[in-house]
Design a protein around this ligand. Structure first.
Ligand SMILES: [Zn+2]
Length: 195
């Protein structure tokens, strides 16, 4: 092998090793992302089970859970009509329980998984509680305040910003609401016919 051939061979081997390293890094990142997604979906399914409790009361099916150190510390679902209270949104109901459990109003180190994008009241409360992260199922274009109508959770001028993850089990979360409102409309029409 001539000198230039040897140099070429060395260069080729270095390139191969680098490509292999990059491929391994990419595979590891993919594996980590898949594991994270799986964990997020697990907790979103728990939030969906809370939403089903709201639906059983004929409430708009919205549910959430609050997770700390990989464990659910509080659950909540929408009970606005049942409790006759504007304040009885899923998020606030879960936050009250988490506060009691932790003996603290601060939710530092916690993540909320919620089936629908929070409203202005809940988004504000989540900032006040200094929660780390909110994972959202589906967005609410007409009322959501985590990026739809506005993004109250990431206003730079406030002293705290919340990390937001969107679109976890989006289809399932969205379908649950669509089905609920379809049934509600059908029910109203049936009632009209019977009058
Ligand atoms: Zn709300």
């Amino acid at each position: 092998m001539s000198y230039s051939e040897k140099a070429f061979e060395r260069k080729r081997r270095r390139l191969e090793a680098k490509q292999k390293q990059e491929e391994e890094r990419r595979l590891l990142q993919e594996k980590e992302a898949a594991a994270l997604r799986k964990a997020q979906e697990k907790f979103m399914r728990a939030a969906l089970r809370e939403a089903a409790k709201a639906e059983a009361l004929n409430e708009v099916p919205i549910g959430c859970v609050i997770v700390k150190d990989d464990r659910i510390i509080a659950r909540g679902y929408n009970r606005r009509n049942t409790d006759h209270s504007t304040l009885s949104h899923a998020e606030l109901n879960a936050m009250r329980k988490a506060d009691r459990k932790l003996g603290d109003w601060r939710l530092e180190g916690c993540t909320m998984y919620v089936t629908l994008e929070p409203c202005q009241m809940c988004a504000g409360a989540l900032v006040q509680a200094r929660i780390d992260e909110v994972v959202i199922g589906c967005m609410n274009p007409k009322a959501g305040c985590a990026g739809s109508v506005m993004n109250l959770m990431q206003v730079p001028a406030f002293n705290h910003q919340v990390r937001i993850v969107r679109g976890v089990l989006e289809e399932t979360c969205s379908q649950m609401l669509t089905d609920f409102f379809t049934r509600l409309r059908e029910q109203k029409e049936r009632e009209k016919e019977h009058r």
